[in-house]
Write a protein that binds this ligand. Structure first.
Ligand code: DX5
Ligand code: ZN
Length: 218
């Protein structure tokens, strides 16, 4: 099986104790940070100052997921705030190719996200500009929603497109990933898994990460 990458989402953590919560996911491959602006999605989370503080509190790479309007304006600032990768939404970006190039030029990995109802086909041409493609398996905005099986065919199509390109791109899924659903996403071809409630809802987040890894690989 391909390598399984596990990115816990701190959206499901206790925001009043972020440093402690980060210390509970030491076996993760990166920490997924959900930035929501109250406009692109009907929820408001955190922004640049808190991202900088998170970066100082952990050695894990920061995987920034920007659910915001006008990422063309704001996304590059998240590289300077310490992001290892920055994901913007295709539905929000005005000039996605230019933005992906700007993120890479600043020294981060560039990633683009598609909502469950957004087709993959119109975006295939720009996969070469990206380090990662995120296929949302819930409507973005909140943790704890059920995994949408209707996205599985899009994951399969994306896996084929990525393999045809030489397999350089990471294929991330986000939303409703848990011990019951991760196998379906992995079987469809995803290799980077975001999990919020499945990790932070567990008594032992590192044990939950281990279980998810094992479940995805079999
Ligand atoms: C949802 C966020 C997700 C969320 C996942 O809009 O992008 O990262 O934290 O939470 P779970 O794993 O609980 O669905
Ligand atoms: Zn996310």
């Amino acid at each position: 099986s391909p390598t399984v990458h596990l990115h816990p989402s701190i959206l499901s953590a206790d925001f009043a104790r972020l440093a402690d919560e980060l210390a509970r996911i030491g076996t993760a491959d990166a920490v997924h940070v959900d930035v929501m602006d109250g406009h692109f999605v009907p929820n408001l989370t955190l922004g640049l100052p808190v991202v900088e503080a998170i970066g100082k509190a952990t050695d894990l790479p920061l995987d920034l997921h920007l659910m915001i309007e006008d990422p063309d304006r704001w996304a590059p600032d998240y590289v300077d705030a310490g992001a290892a990768s920055v994901t913007f939404h295709a539905e929000a970006a005005k000039a996605p190719v230019r933005l992906a190039r700007e993120l890479r030029a600043r020294g981060a990995k560039a990633a683009m996200a598609l909502n469950p109802g957004t087709a993959l086909e119109p975006h295939l041409g720009m996969l070469g500009e990206l380090d990662m493609l995120l296929l949302m398996t819930v409507e973005p905005g909140f943790g704890g929603q059920p995994f949408l099986d209707l996205v599985l065919p899009k994951i399969r199509a994306a896996r084929k497109a990525v393999d045809d390109l030489g397999g350089q791109l990471a294929l991330q899924v986000d939303g409703g990933v848990n011990a019951d659903t991760i196998h379906r996403a992995a079987e469809a071809g995803a290799d980077v898994f975001v999990a919020g409630s499945a990790v932070y809802g567990a008594d032992d987040p590192d044990a939950a990460i281990r279980l998810l890894r094992e479940t995805a690989a079999h």
